[in-house]
Structures are given as C-alpha cells and as structure tokens.
Ligand binder design. Sequence first.
Ligand code: ZN
Length: 413
Amino acid sequence: MVMRVDGDRLWARLMAMAEIGPGVAGGSNRQALSDEDAAGRALLLSWAAAAGCTHHFDEIGNLFITRTGAVVDAPSVLVGSHLDTQPTGGRFDGVYGVLGGFEVIETLNDLGIVTEAPIELVVWTNEEGSRFQHSMMGSAVWAGSLGLEAARDLVDVDGVSVGEELDRLGWNGERATSPADHDAAFELHIEQGPILEAAGTEVGVVTDVQGLRWYTIELFGYPAHAGPTPMNVRRDPARALGEIINGVYELAAASGPDARATFAMFESEPTSPNTVPELIRARLDMRHPDEATLDALNEEVHRIVERSSTRHDVGHRITIDNHSPPVQFAEQCVSAVERGARSLGLSSQRIVSGAGHDACYVAGHVPTAMIFIPCDDGLSHNEAENISEEQAEAGASVLLHAVLEAARSIRRL
Ligand SMILES: [Zn+2]
C-alpha cells in the first residue's frame, strides 16, 4: 500500500492551531512576534517534544525543529513555512505548510522509518510582513538578503522593534544557520489563487515564482479652477493617468497568461474636489515569471507613461520601489513532487506561483520546490480562506513522498 499521512491528525492540529489568536470571523490573527505568535509556536513545540524532536532558534527567531537521521551530521531536508498570519488571516496560509511538515515527521515516527538525512521543520519569522513591514523577513535574513540589524530595527505602528520582541520572547538564538546545512527544501502551501480549483487538479507542482516590479508613477499638472478653466487649456494629470492605466492593462492582457498588472493606492494633491490636480501618484505592481519579459514590460511601461504625459502636457516621474527577480525551482525537487503525486494516484499540474513565499529565498541556496493544494474560490488573506480535510491530507502525503526521496529512507525492521 502507498504510504500516506494521517489526515485526521493533521486536521485536528490545524484546527487546534486556529484557536490560538482567533480572528473575528473564523480565521486567525497571530501577527509576527506577538503573544499569539508565541503561543502558536509553544503549542507546536509541545507536540514536537512529544515526537522526540529537538529545536533551536537562529538570530532572527526562525525556529528549527529536528528529527535526527541515521547520519547525524548529514545536511538535512528542510520542510516548513510560517505560523504568523495577517491581522485578518485564514487558518491555512503558512500554517498548513508547517503542520503538514510536522505531520510528515509524525508519520515517519509511526511507521518506524529512519532516514539517512535529518529532517528539519522550519517556522520562518514574520513571513506576512504586516506588523513589521518586510515580508519573508526571517528567510531573507537567513539567506543573507537582509541584514540582521536592519531586520531587528524594523518597528511596528507602536514603535516596538523586531529586536525588542525577539529579546522579550527569547527567540534571539545564537546558533547561526547556514544554507549549507540543508540538502533539499520543500514548502507546502495553499495556492491562494483559483487555477487548481478551476482545473479540478488535486496537486500543484510549483516550478517558478513570478518576478515582480513595484512602480510609483507620479504625474505633475497645473492646478486650476474646475469651473472656469476650459478643457483645452488644462494640464490635467488625471487625463494622462486614464490613458496610462488603459495602456498598461492592455499590455498585460497581450503578454500571455502569466503577466499581471495591478494599479492601486491613488493619491492626488491638492485634496480638493474642484481643482485640477497638481500631482497624481499611483502605484503599479507588475509580474511575470520570465525576467526578460519583465524587462520588456518595464520598457513598455516607461514608453506608455512618456507618451501619455507628452500628449497631455504633464510632467512625470517613475520610481521602481521593489524589484524581485523571478525564482525557478530545482528540477530534481520539482520532479520529486511530481513523482509523489503520481505514486499516490493524485492529479497534478505544473504551476507558477503568483505570490512570494519563504521558499523564494531558500531556493537561492538550496535545491527547492513547492507543493500547492487548491483552496476554496482561490481565496486567501481572508478569514474565510478554506480547504477540505481530504485536500490537506493529499498535499501532505505528496510532501511525505518527496521528503522520503530526498532524505533517503532506510526502513527499520
Ligand atoms: Zn504564506
């Protein structure tokens, strides 16, 4: 019989975790480095201790829970995700990847399976970036993409810093972890989008993560009275913005199914309903899994902004606030996920992640892949986020098989 995890136990753990820092509408509110986040980790650690695991924190509070292998010092297989949530988060974003990883450990214990490599379950600190505004903070520090001090200096709206909270909670570990300590990594996650559900596919085999660029587009006009000023003498940045929005959305629609463009956060000055604005500021989020295409889209965005600004005689400034290159996962890990799904008789499809995950930072240093399962209506970052017990079991069973392959199992008699 093909090995599977214990779906009932996994579901019970998910529901128990959701009771910690409960939200107002059935979800969870366990923001990074809060008392609720601490209580969630304490619950996991109580289960981990009962399962015979050891644990340690690194300097940024990433929690590593270890199931030892036959070769104690061998590089480990890393599984996990995050337990922190959005202020109005669901029960599964991140949590599913952590508890799914822990379920793999418990299943191996139940079956008396020894692996050559140790298995490490990681709980990354502050993935959400809502209380302290740097998403994937813990994995970024671990990967060396963000300095420890810069991360410790981040403050929340009350002026409390990450460093103060790490010290208060005792998560300021001393052991530096190194990417070299790991052989392979797998992150299990809900899709947070509608593609798998629409296709009726049980497992998403994630091959890439979209690269993204964030732009601030500023358009400078000439303020004038909304009544007496004829249309043909105005220098109105709103007219240019209208064209820019249409142009960029048409560009995205013409750039294939993986291109995304999103305008948001519109501001205008002066704040008056009866004055032609002097300034309009808008943000644009542009995504694509291919860096060369992202470059081409970038050039086209600049061209569209220049053309519309010139036509309407307004000034413009484009600032790129964030540039995350696309991530390609390692083929040996991607195909291990695929083999896992096949051996379990589950339908699967290769998929690109539209959202960033801790696995993006891990993938820069360790061969990595992600496993997605569908979620109801593709809904996430919402307390109504939902999956079924069967879906949860399926994804975690795929993780079990991928981990067994990577950690080289030795069946104990
Ligand atoms: Zn997440």
